[in-house]
Design a binder for this molecule. Structure first.
Ligand code: NAD
Length: 487
């Protein structure tokens, strides 16, 4: 299983190597096998990428929005045509089952490019009537934007960031997570094939130091990071110290509230999607599942039954529903949280083990796990685990659950299951979260803005909102009479 790319980086429309950079081993999480070997960017590579972006940006920004959009639209078509190959790369890079990557990764990247290809031409400034004189605003690109990715949705993150940035007339340099460097290179080739001029989308590999070098470089106008809260604080601080624009898409510990009148099968389905998809490595997961007390036991018994039926195994088998975690350290971290849940007194309702499967003995698998009897103070209810570990907490009243749901530093997402739609709207109106679902969970269509409140982030991706975050307003005052000067 060798998916070695032609070179580590993609700059100015071609693959570039610099073996002087530290080695980056790419591991298939299901087997622990090395599938590619890349190099982190040296300072020279960082310079080359930013310089290529700076040189290409001006001419790109002068194209009409529909002309830029046409190229993005072609890239969307190519992503869809190659979905099968791209999904395989993503499965090998992340360990996520092919059943998921076929529908959630390159497909979502294609949706983003298609959406921004069309939307950008309609994203304009405004006319301001000043009673004779008038004003108008222009939406201008920022210049060179940098994206830094996490490892759970590599090509989706690369496209969700670069799509709107390029549509608005910016140039882009993307640093994928050091754990998942492959699919961004495939996206770069697709952009070139779709007709994107050289230098507008560049990929450089590396660890946090490469990310920091990109952010602090004088050419960079903006950074958009997807990552954990501690990394977000560092990157936001660095961007602030250089007065750069910043978008932070960070972690969470989101609440999912199930009222007694909910359709329980749907609520259980939502809770499972919001905890076990991508082996639980989803930022917006509803890991604190609050269930109203009089349906609690019914909810738990059916949840356990359905969780036990999840098929875990070979991620390339289309029938497999759950793969391994990203790497050894994430595996160890999740197993530590499971131990903490037990020692703090939660009840392990199902799962909790690291299974060994024939042919996958060195994979980083953890069973889908449900804890009941969880209280708000336990670490498993307060800290982001980023693994397949669901905490079920019982509650009695609406006011109580809203207070408890909001009692966290995070604010990425929240969900409510109820048949009483007045209550659904009333409750989401009080939840401190950037994205809320009523009778659904973890759906993130590109048309709807996505992002966090509180420590979970700043700025938004998707929707028309993100175009604002990749542009700056210029206000223009136009005089139609004489200048009234006292001098
Ligand atoms: P991470 O914070 O460890 O790393 C994220 C990226 O930041 C990586 O590319 C890393 O190399 C880079 N980085 C690390 N230190 C840096 C520094 N000082 N300067 C610049 N760049 C630096 O996150 P991860 O483990 O890759 O991903 C998991 C986290 O991402 C979870 O917390 C998850 O919730 C979050 N996440 C958020 C979203 C969202 O949209 N809100 C989506 C996916 C994942």
């Amino acid at each position: 299983m060798n998916v070695q790319p032609k070179a580590s980086h993609y700059i100015n429309g071609r693959f570039v190597e610099d073996e002087g950079g530290s080695v980056l081993d790419v591991i298939y999480p299901a087997t622990g096998e090395m599938i590619a070997k890349l190099h982190a960017a040296t300072p020279n590579i960082v310079e080359l990428a930013l310089e290529a972006a700076r040189t290409a940006q001006g001419e790109w920004a002068r194209l009409k929005p529909v002309e830029r959009g046409r190229i993005l639209r072609r890239a969307a078509d190519l992503l869809r045509e190659r979905n099968a190959d791209l999904s395989r790369i993503e499965t090998l890079d992340t360990g996520k089952p092919i059943q998921e990557t076929l529908v959630a990764d390159a497909a979502s990247a294609a949706d983003a490019l298609e959406f921004f290809a069309g939307a950008v031409a309609a994203f304009n400034g405004e006319f301001v009537d000043l009673g004779g004189p008038f004003g108008y605003t222009r939406r201008e690109p920022l210049g060179v934007c940098v994206g830094i990715g996490a490892w759970n949705y590599p090509i989706q993150i690369a496209a969700w960031k670069s799509g709107p940035a390029l549509a608005m007339g910016n140039a882009f340099v993307f640093k994928p997570s050091e754990n998942t460097p492959l699919s961004a290179l495939a996206l770069a080739e697709i952009y070139t094939e779709a007709g994107l001029p050289d230098g507008l989308f560049n990929v450089v590999q590396g660890f946090g130091d490469v990310g920091a070098a990109l952010v602090s470089h004088p050419v960079t106008a903006k950074v958009s990071l997807t990552g954990s809260v501690p990394t977000g604080k560092k990157v936001m601080g660095l961007a602030g110290s250089h007065m750069k624009h910043a978008t932070m898409e960070l972690g969470g510990k989101s609440p999912l509230i199930v009222f007694e009148d909910a359709d329980l099968e749907n609520a259980i389905g939502g809770a499972m999607l919001g905890n076990f998809y991508s082996s639980g490595q989803v930022c917006s997961n509803g890991t604190r599942v609050f269930v109203q007390r009089n349906v609690h036991d019914r909810f738990v018994s059916r949840l356990v039954e359905r969780t036990k039926a999840i098929r875990m195994g070979d991620p390339l088998d289309p029938d497999v529903q759950m793969g391994p975690l990203m790497n050894k350290s994430q595996h160890a971290k999740v197993m530590d949280y499971i131990a903490a849940g037990k020692s703090e007194g939660a009840t392990l309702a199902t799962g909790g083990n690291a299974p060994t499967m024939q042919g996958f003995e060195n994979g980083f698998f953890v069973e889908p796990t449900v804890f009941t009897g969880v209280t708000d103070e336990m670490r498993i209810a307060r800290e982001e685990i980023f693994g397949p570990v669901m905490s079920v907490l019982a509650f009695d009243t609406e006011d109580e659950v809203v207070t408890r749901a909001n009692n966290t530093e995070f604010g990425l997402a929240a969900g409510v299951f109820t048949r009483d739609l007045s209550r659904g709207h009333r409750v989401v109106g009080q939840l401190q979260a950037g994205t809320c679902w009523i009778n659904a969970y973890n759906l993130t269509p590109v048309e709807l803005p996505f992002g966090g409140a509180k420590a979970s982030g700043i700025g938004r991706e998707n929707g028309l909102a993100v175009l604002g975050h990749y542009s700056q307003l210029k206000s223009v005052y136009v005089e139609t009479g004489d200048v009234q000067s006292p001098y």
